[in-house]
Design a protein around this ligand. Structure first.
Ligand code: SF4
Length: 323
């Protein structure tokens, strides 16, 4: 059994918090037309401040503009430019901007070392509850995104949001859908198991996911997903060390992007690697940095990304375990 647990030293850039969906558990969105977007000058300043601070991944995480909106091309262009800027400054971009048009995804492949979209849950019953006003959360639409990413051979991160009104059968159905699409294309690098953790901004009064069930979900995921897919749990949401360790014993091997601020769960600050490492070490696990693209996918990256990734590979190999 491998005793290594990985994490990605990351920083999140948000092109816009504005989102045309209204998921009732959301703690991220603002109403369209109410908040200024991130300018390239601002992004450049932020990225400059991150150089030499150990950050490797730039997660570009965005609220969504309706695919038919006249604002969509400008929204997409800004995301693309942010990826280019991050690359030009030596970082590795990973974009998660909701469902994309096929052409948009194909273009972003050229400037992202991996991309992501949470499948969340396949059950359509959530369209009557927490996703009633969230057209982007139609399960088949999201599954199609996973298919397209496979067709385009984009290393991909997806995951389940837990505790939003689904049951164990629904977890299994969602995990099986991910396994099936991966068996077709071989591109899913990791699956996040993200427990719903209520925040101050959300409308929905639902309970937090019962964290004592998380090790069981990890075990189910491990039994249903191919071994090459890494299971990820977010350490800022799994705050009890005993449960964190139980999740590792059940098969979780990654703690995701660790950055100063969790934009999706702003009420839950990330512990840093220096805090996590001793907790893991006391239980026989070793914390290691990883890149936002898993090693088996590096040979298939577009040439202009591969060189930068290989440089990072060398740099992380020769550096200490955590930073
Ligand atoms: S969860 Fe995502 S898609 Fe839903 S409202 Fe929030 S930002 Fe938009």
């Amino acid at each position: 059994m491998s005793s290594v647990i990985t994490y990605s030293p990351a920083y999140t850039l948000v092109p816009t918090y504005e989102c045309f969906n209204r998921c009732t558990y959301c703690n991220f969105r603002s109403e369209p037309g109410t908040s200024p977007g991130l300018t390239l000058t601002q992004a450049q300043q932020i990225l400059k401040s991150l150089q030499d601070r150990g950050v490797i991944e730039i997660l570009i995480l965005s609220g969504e503009v309706h695919p038919q909106s006249p604002q969509r091309p400008a929204w997409f262009e800004r995301i693309y430019q942010l990826c280019e800027l991050a690359l030009s400054m030596g970082f590795l971009p990973h974009t998660n901007a909701g469902p994309l048009l096929y052409e948009e995804m194909a273009q972003l492949k050229q400037v992202n070392v991996s991309m992501g979209l949470m499948l969340e849950q396949m059950t359509p019953k959530l369209l009557e509850t927490v996703h009633r006003h969230a057209p982007s959360k139609v399960p088949q639409l999201r599954l199609q995104q996973l298919e397209w990413a496979g067709e385009l051979q984009i290393p991909f991160t997806t995951g389940l949001l837990l505790g939003i009104g689904e049951n164990e059968t629904d977890w299994r159905e969602t995990l099986e859908a991910i396994a099936t699409v991966h068996q077709r294309w071989g591109h899913i690098q990791e699956v996040i198991l993200q427990p719903h953790s209520p925040g101050q901004q959300q409308v929905w009064q639902g309970e937090a996911f019962n964290m004592t069930l998380l090790p069981q979900v990890v075990a189910i995921a491990r039994s249903l997903l191919p071994n090459e897919i890494t299971l990820q749990i977010p350490p800022n949401l799994v705050t009890h060390p005993d449960i964190l360790i139980e999740c590792l014993i059940a098969g979780a091997r990654d703690l995701g992007g660790i950055s100063p601020h969790d934009e999706v769960n702003p009420d839950y600050p990330h512990p840093d690697a220096q805090t996590l490492a001793p907790i893991l070490e006391a239980n026989g696990w070793q914390l290691k940095k990883r890149l936002p693209v898993y090693p088996q996918y590096i040979p298939g990256l577009p040439a202009q990304l591969k060189t930068l990734v290989e440089d990072w590979q060398l740099a992380t190999k020769s550096s200490s375990v955590i930073q």
